[in-house]
Write a protein that binds this ligand. Sequence first.
Ligand code: 13P
Length: 247
Amino acid sequence: MRERLIVANWKMYKTAAEAQRFIQDFLPLLHDTAQAIICPPITLLSKMHSLCAGSRIVLGVQNIYWENEGAYTGEISAMQALDAGAAYCLTGHSERRQFFNESAHMVALKTTAALKAGLKPIVCVGENFTQRENGQTLQILHDDILASLKGIEATKCLTIAYEPVWAIGTGQVATPQDAEEAIAHLRACLAEIWGELAAEIPILYGGSVKPDNISALLACPNIDGALVGGASLSAAGFAAIVNTAKN
Ligand code: 13P
């Protein structure tokens, strides 16, 4: 049985006061055994660590740099993220690739650094609208996951997220069939390099996940959870998603 993970990516949203309010509202809504990972902006990590102490919320960061320390203004290392309370780290999110020119090579460096420090990477890949329209989705996913994991030894400490770029923040969720096809394909690509361990790696879907579409996505055999942007900003909305995943 693969682990089921529901991950919030808060992107560049929320102040400290807003985060505090969120946690106050969110924790009482969680069903008994429900758990979640929240990736807040880095400014909130230490505060969130205190706010979430003793709860079933685990924290992650949205980005790291691959060096341990040094003169890299504005960056944070995997060690620093761990030190501030993170257990997970997103790598290769499409917004980092698109707006900050992150290449698959850089994603592999960051993923390697995360693993080395003991931070669990959630490696994101996904095709854009034009690539899907041109029938290139499966090829893009194949090339991207292999390049993003280049040189990384098989490990159960890693999660993959399939996030089609056209579904992010658009309200246009992939159909469960399309998401399942892409994720099953990613698992097959992973098996090319990691063999049987590929069957044990959680692969999440991300892109306009909402309380009303999470059940159908999780009903697919290869979809092990969700990476949630917009809907994770509301305590009630995110609690509904997390509770559904647990039922
Ligand atoms: P939305 O859920 O807002 O579409 O964002 C998805 C995402 O990018 C999560 O990392």
